[in-house]
Design a protein around this ligand. Structure first.
Ligand code: NAD
Length: 341
């Protein structure tokens, strides 16, 4: 039995990970830390009875608060830390870069400082394909764990900086770190500012779906439950100090997502609206995840066609979750749908 500190636990992937961990490792205790920024939804950690999930202790606070985290590590005898906490919205990062560097770089360092002080058996850090930069649409290649870091936006650069901080604490202070760099996730409990819930909730309301003009840009899509199994595999079997890419190999462009969501709701293409592109909008990311597959035997279980149908159905059925969140995102005039990974 272990105690796991999950940071950013009220966000999209963090809350799905907490649910997954409770189901698969019911003997473990979870401490869920979240600063509850506009993107943090405490209710995402509730069970069907509307109460916080059993076995989970929620703490409202920041990863950058080293004293708080050190206290939590000691008070709950934490064995494993999994860091999901981040500012995660690429278009917003263009307006407010300072917030992104403060959380994703300096906040990560504050968290690691607490871990260094107290000690844990594993610090696992969640990162993204976006640190590797940009692939052309017709490139016959994919990013490996050895690809150079070439971030091109403040969000990507801040995530890259956080990864470097993690590696430096591993090498310098022997903190037992692992990192996963994952492709775009989709699934339930994603904040309705991100492309799939945004398109779904807009379509349900008969409102326009804003597509950035580069409609053939594409991303690699992984169901959030498959991300959880990959992280579990790396925590239990991954080698300390290593990085593992996590991807499905399934690529879909922005237009394909809009068409799929509209089709799933029985709607035509009329709601698609093209808006001017954002600066440094990467065309494509694709990960080579063969290291995770061959070394740790991981494979995704959810096919895109099933996963996206289930996801659209989830948002249709769970308006009570997303309706109160509309209007909470900072306004970005003229922005297209965000698909930060
Ligand atoms: P999200 O925005 O839904 O959740 C982030 C959570 O972090 C929120 O609950 C927020 O309140 C919390 N947070 C922000 N600053 C904090 C701080 N200082 N201290 C504690 N909590 C803080 O994001 P997400 O999509 O769930 O992404 C989680 C992680 O996964 C991020 O690190 C992101 O870079 C990474 N990632 C995301 C994707 C994707 O497709 N969404 C893909 C690959 C990697």
């Amino acid at each position: 039995m272990s105690t796991v500190l999950v940071t950013g636990a009220a966000g999209f992937i963090g809350s799905n990970f907490v649910r997954y961990w409770r189901a698969v490792h019911p003997g473990d205790a979870i401490v869920a830390l979240d600063a509850l920024t506009y993107a943090g939804v405490r209710e995402s950690l509730n069970g069907p009875d509307g109460e916080l999930l059993d076995g989970v202790t929620f703490v409202h606070g920041s990863i950058g608060n080293t004293d708080l985290v050190a206290h939590l590590l000691r008070a709950y005898s934490v064995d494993v830390v999994v860091n999901f906490a981040a500012e995660s919205h690429n278009s917003l990062a263009i307006l407010r870069p300072g917030d992104f560097f403060a959380t994703n770089v300096t906040g990560t360092q504050g968290l690691l400082e607490a871990v260094r002080r107290v000690g844990v058996s594993r610090f696992h850090h969640i990162s993204t394909c976006e640190v590797y930069g940009d692939l052309s649409l017709d490139a016959d290649e994919a990013f490996t764990e050895d690809s150079p870091y070439l971030p091109r936006t403040p969000y990507n650069a801040a995530k890259a900086g956080g990864d470097h901080v993690v590696r430096s604490y591993g090498l310098t202070y022997d903190v037992p770190v692992t990192i996963t760099n994952c492709s775009n996730n989709y699934g339930p409990f994603q904040f309705p500012e991100k492309v799939i819930p945004l398109f779904t909730t807009r379509a349900l309301a008969g409102e326009p779906l804003p597509l950035y003009a580069s409609t053939k840009n594409r991303r690699e899509w992984l169901h959030v439950s498959d991300h959880a199994t990959a992280i579990d595999r790396v925590i239990h079997h991954g080698r300390v100090g290593e990085t593992y890419n996590v991807g499905s190999g399934t690529e879909v462009d922005i237009e394909g997502i809009a068409d799929t969501v509209l089709g799933a709701l029985g709607l035509g293409p009329e709601l698609k609206t093209i808006v001017p592109d954002r600066p440094s909008h990467d065309r494509r990311y694709l990960l080579d995840s063969s290291k995770l597959r061959t070394e740790l035997g991981w494979a995704p279980a959810v096919e895109w066609t099933d996963g996206i149908a289930d996801t659209v159905a989830w948002y249709r059925a769970n308006e009570a979750w997303w309706r109160p969140l509309l209007g909470r995102s900072p306004v970005i005039e003229g922005a297209g749908a965000d698909w930060s990974g």
